[in-house]
Design a protein around this ligand. Sequence first.
Ligand SMILES: Nc1nc2c(c(=O)[nH]1)N[C@H]1C(S)=C(S)[C@@H](COP(=O)(O)O)O[C@H]1N2
Ligand SMILES: [Mo]
Length: 389
Amino acid sequence: MGKRLTSRRDAMLAGGATVAALAFLRLDRLVAMAPLQPGEDVVPWLDQRPEVPQPAQDVIGQQLVWEELDSWITPTDHFFTIKHFGQPTFDLQAWRLHIAGLVTQPLSLTLDQLKARPRQEVTFTLECSGNSGLPFLTGGIGNATWAGTPLAPVLQEAGLLDEGKEIVFYAHDVGAQKVRDMELTAPFARAMSIADAMSPNNLLCYEMNGAPLDAGHGAPLRLLAPGWYGIANVKWLDRIEVIDTRFMGHFMARDYVTIREEQRDGRPVWTESSLGRALLKSAPARVTRKDGAYRIGGAAWGAPVAGVEIQVDGGAWLPATLDEGLGSEFAWKLWSVAWPNATPGEHTITSRATDTVGNVQPAMTDPRIANKRTYWESNGQITRRVAVA
Ligand SMILES: Nc1nc2c(c(=O)[nH]1)N[C@H]1C(S)=C(S)[C@@H](COP(=O)(O)O)O[C@H]1N2
Ligand SMILES: [Mo]
């Protein structure tokens, strides 16, 4: 299947792309996880996600149902949401994006002014950094085409002063945060170094899958930071502030901190790191059966993916066929592989991804995963259970 894809594309490149050939190519590139064919069924996983308990129920919405993954783009109404402080209400008519702090020219921009600026699109797989870290959070991921205006030129227009170190993104949702015995009510906020914020990939994003950003995903404007975990993609943007210290807000310094117990010269040390960048990961999505033949399909993301292998019952690793991801380096690649001798009974299926510089998705026993005491950044290999009739 992979060969056929390549040769067809080569033929097309050689012969010049006609509109018909392009349309054909788009479909053909999505072979790995196409919608179910007539007579094809999904064999449901034995390990099903438990219901989300309270209070997390108020935070996590619309998780991906892996067995239903059959398109590269996740439809917006099936795209998960995370709302730490609930859905904010604010006056959309009066809304402005404020840019302030250590700048030569503070700005206050309307949505129309932002939309009048150069438009950029990116297809990016957004994953919550807590995904697969909790038994009830396994579908905190989706792939969408996002559009907006690049962040860097807007910051340049505001004029960053030399003493600036970090850029803080403040949102409209506000919640209770506790520091020792003090309770404060503060907005959701995340920061980036100036170098990270100035990446040409970052967007002030007002569109998702061809429609205006909806309320749940951050209307009217969110930060879209391809290559970063969900937490960095601040929704319901209110104010961008340039500061000359490290920003130590709740979601940078107290929550969303990865803690590991490591050894240095035979003594334990605890490393505590503020997380942000996405990590290489894959997951088996579904097993399908057609005329007695079984296939395993899934997705891989978090870094430019070069390959995916699967392992049945802890045996040999078998290479899967990758779809090309329609050329986006930030989007997941869907993959599938025939399961030739699926014998009746219960089986385990594990997947592992390799990126283009040779990194391999860690096993659950890898110290990076095994020494971790917090649930974020759980990019260890995922094993699912399935029964063959
Ligand atoms: N303002 C604000 N932005 C936020 C959050 C939030 O609670 N408030 N949650 C973050 C987290 S933890 C994730 S995983 C992503 C989820 O984005 P989505 O809801 O569009 O899927 O949004 C991030 N941005
Ligand atoms: Mo998240």
